[in-house]
Design a protein. Structure first.
Lengths: 408, 110
């Protein structure tokens, strides 16, 4: 029912039939990597690390169908924390398990070398082209990029999917344009998935630290140690301080107008629904934006709430798959990590049949959430094994790296 | 739990925790319509809607004093800015965040 390619319909009858036909396996078919978690996709990543080369990178990627471009439109002039986090995020994107090979484009060799220094020990094929070596000719870079990229794509297309345990999954959890059904049905469903995944040795990450506001003590109580608990409180204080410093009263910004129209009144109410995504398992650590981890467990990322930058932070951390709940509807997905769109609002699922991959609105009307856990796990296994989400089919994805300070 | 006083049939609302002050309606409601509240401890509670309330929005389950915390899902989601009667729509016109105002951060409270 989730991906009815022929009709786009999702009848209860078909749903029930699927429930009986599909038995939950504890494995998926993924791409084994020489180190780290397996990929659920096998992309050539065109990684653009300087703003000057971005149009060229876009041209190369457009001419290599199936490749994914991730880019920073900035470059020289980024300083301090901003430069460091951008560097970590770009490297993290290259190291994401869904990437089979990388083509790095840069205006200058030094910036390229800086990113390469983070990729030491990474066994995947990596090629680099910098403007210096092509006489600062963007057309030569395009030509060279297409030729090298084509070879990389052909090479990685030889790789086969093999059985992988569910515990090898690292999921990113996001919500966007929430409504009351998000907090009642969809996010608690994700929380149940988180608990079940983490129990088997998998990992999950949740960001949007502003939306822990009011719930920071609930989250801190789940921290594995007092330091992590303090990091959770500090992350919220930091976001509050950011808002205050800019003279912003959060009232009227979060929840946003669409949230309010849908019935969410305050940040505390929205936050409660939001943190339900993370389940009830112990929280291992608070990651910085884009910080990688290869550990199992529940991770929180201190990151902006806005979806594009939030999802890219998760991809850089190493998440292969996103579970994304929405109340009102939200078309945005990660370009590099297949994103399953989930809604607990029956009308939204009905109005957006080519956006919502998984309709869990039955929970609102009394369906046993346990049935939906099984059904969502099946969907996760399907997508991890290669079934496409609407966001992938329609090309709704991008990657956007957040900023953390002014440029020189 | 009959609805002879109301023209429209009764509608349902979900209460998440026993101590909650509000419940989320599963359908849009009209003034004077009967609302059956379920979802907690299998105890159904009935009340009358005092105004039209949009689908999935919150209805007050009891009278709430001005300035009192409004509890939903077991924790306070803000404070009442007006006196709220059982059956009223609870939203931004009578409920305000306790956190999203300057001078009220976690640090200053603790």
């Amino acid at each position: 029912v989730i991906f009815d390619e022929t009709s786009g319909k999702r009848s209860e009858e078909r749903l029930d039939k699927r429930l009986y036909l599909v038995t939950v396996k504890n494995e998926f078919m993924g791409y084994q990597r020489q180190s780290g978690r397996p990929g659920i996709r096998n992309y050539l990543l065109i990684l653009n690390v300087t703003g000057l080369t971005e149009p060229t990178a876009r041209r190369i990627s457009a001419n290599l169908p199936g490749s994914i471009m991730a880019s920073t439109p900035y470059g020289m002039g980024m300083i301090g924390d901003d430069a460091q986090k951008t560097e970590a995020t770009l490297s993290g994107l290259a190291l994401n398990p869904n990437v089979g090979a990388v083509l790095i484009l840069s205006a200058d060799r030094s910036r390229c070398d800086l990113i390469m220094s983070h990729l030491q020990g990474c066994k995947k094929p990596i090629k680099t082209i910098v403007f210096d070596q092509v006489g600062h000719d963007s057309l030569r870079m395009s030509d060279e990029g297409m030729r090298q990229g084509a070879v990389l794509m052909r090479d990685i297309s030889r790789q086969q999917r093999t059985p992988q345990p569910l515990s090898a999954l690292f999921l990113g959890f996001e919500c966007g344009l929430s409504d009351p059904t998000s907090g009642i049905a969809a996010n608690p469903l994700l929380g149940a998935i988180a608990d079940s995944l983490v129990k088997t040795g998998g990992a999950m990450v949740m960001g949007e630290s502003l939306e822990w506001l009011g719930l920071e003590e609930v989250l801190a109580a789940r921290a594995v140690n007092p330091q992590v608990a303090q990091n959770i409180r500090d992350a919220v204080l930091h976001r509050e301080a950011c808002a205050k410093k800019s003279g912003i009263n959060l009232l009227g910004i979060n929840p946003n107008r669409a949230n309010i129209r849908a019935g969410l009144s305050t940040i505390e109410e929205k936050a409660g629904g939001s943190v339900a995504k993370s389940g009830s398992s112990p929280i291992s650590a608070v990651l910085e934006y884009g910080q990688r981890t290869d550990q199992p467990g529940v991770f929180l990322m201190d990151a902006p709430s806005y979806t594009p930058e939030s999802l890219t932070g998760f991809v850089a951390a190493g998440a292969q798959l996103m579970l994304f709940t929405t109340g009102v509807g939200n078309s945005y997905v990660s370009a590099m990590a297949p994103t399953i769109k989930i809604s607990g609002n029956d009308l939204t699922a009905k109005h957006l049949p080519q956006q919502i991959d998984f309709d869990c609105s039955a929970i609102m009307f009394g369906r046993d959430p346990n049935d939906e856990i099984q059904r969502l796990l099946n969907t996760i296994i399907e997508v991890a094994s290669g079934a496409q989400t609407f966001g992938e089919i329609l090309g709704e994805g991008s990657e956007v790296i957040s900023r953390f300070g002014p440029s020189l | 739990m009959n609805n002879t006083h109301s023209l429209a049939p009764s509608i349902s609302a979900l209460m998440l925790k026993a101590q909650d002050d509000v419940a989320n309606l599963l359908q849009a409601s009209c003034t004077a319509q009967e609302v059956i509240v379920t979802g907690c401890n299998d105890v159904a509670l009935a009340l009358r809607c005092l105004e039209d309330i949009p689908r999935f929005h919150k209805i007050a389950l009891r009278d709430i004093d001005i300035g009192a915390a409004v509890v939903r899902d077991g924790y306070p989601i803000g404070r009442a800015t007006h006196y709220i009667k059982a059956g009223n729509w609870v939203h931004i016109h009578n409920l305000q965040s306790s956190r999203a105002q300057s001078g009220n951060s976690l640090k200053e409270r603790t």
